[in-house]
Ligand binder design. Structure first.
Ligand code: DGL
Length: 268
């Protein structure tokens, strides 16, 4: 039986999940987060679904050992490959929140007809967005494009400047991405380059990411389960499976609070 003073576990392959952690930290300041960035296996987007499931099972086990009351899968590649498996395996113990369903609900509610999705190869190959959107709205046209260079580029600290802009331009100018009304940033790394993507479209296409919708879903579930903390439960803790200076440097720019990385080798 969980209690409100327990932490929330949150994980990603690397830095992208910090966009979600930062939003939860700001919106629910009483909650303590335990973050795990699986930098040994980053990028997840190029891995098989089986490999991603294996990593996610191990990380979730670790977060449960840290006494977490909820686990947020702050990675689209992991959410598409492993959410069902994690719920089957551990679901009875704590609630799991993925980053796909809240964004799907949001875009369908907004009534868009021509929807673009950019994400890692793992997410696009799973067709999770297309299938979930079309199961709620058969009329929606979902145009998908894998953009595998973007997450490693961001992870290395390239999230503004000429290199970033030309990689974005060459992806978004592809025929499949024409005639869309909204673009879904279906990778938790991509909010870090939202300004550059906006620059490309010059306001002609709406851009949505999952961050706010995920924070609302986390809040809803915590309230429903009577697990929302109303007193400060401690400072957030950040683990990585392999320490890299680039992660630490970039992390500091995207999490508004102190970050001290702890190396936790889960794969020995
Ligand atoms: N941030 C992750 C996602 O949302 C993936 C980046 C990666 O390929 O590891 O899919």
């Amino acid at each position: 039986m969980s209690t409100p003073d327990q932490p929330i576990g949150i994980f990603d392959s690397g830095i992208g999940g910090l966009t979600v952690a930062n939003a939860i930290h700001r919106f629910l300041p009483n909650e303590k987060l335990i973050y795990f960035g699986d930098t040994v296996h980053m990028p997840y987007g190029d891995k098989s679904a089986d490999a991603i499931r294996y990593y996610c099972l191990r990380i979730s086990k670790f977060l449960l050992e840290q006494n977490c009351k909820m686990i947020v899968i702050a990675c689209n590649s992991a959410s598409s490959a492993a959410y069902d498996v994690l719920v089957d395996f551990f679901g009875g113990k704590v609630p799991f929140v993925n980053v796909v369903d809240p964004l799907v609900m949001e875009v369908v509610k907004s009534g868009y007809h021509n929807i673009g999705v950019i994400a890692t190869k793992a997410t696009i190959n799973s067709s999770v967005y297309k299938n979930k959107i079309n199961s709620l709205n058969l009329q929606a046209n979902v145009h998908q494009l894998a953009t595998p260079l973007l997450a490693p580029m961001i992870e290395e600290g390239f999230y503004n400047g000429n290199i970033t802009q030309s990689v974005i331009d060459s992806y978004l100018s592809q025929p499949v991405m024409q005639n869309i009304d909204v673009l879904l940033l279906a990778c938790t790394h991509y909010p870090l380059i939202k300004d550059e993507i906006n620059e490309y479209y010059q306001g002609k296409v709406d851009i949505m990411d999952s961050i706010d919708a995920v924070v609302r879903e986390v809040t809803r579930i915590l309230k429903q389960e009577k697990l929302l903390s109303n007193t400060h439960t401690g400072e957030d803790v950040f683990y990585v499976s392999d320490y890299t200076t680039s992660f630490e440097e970039t992390a500091k720019n995207f999490y508004q609070g102190e970050i001290k990385l702890i190396t936790k080798a889960l794969w020995d």
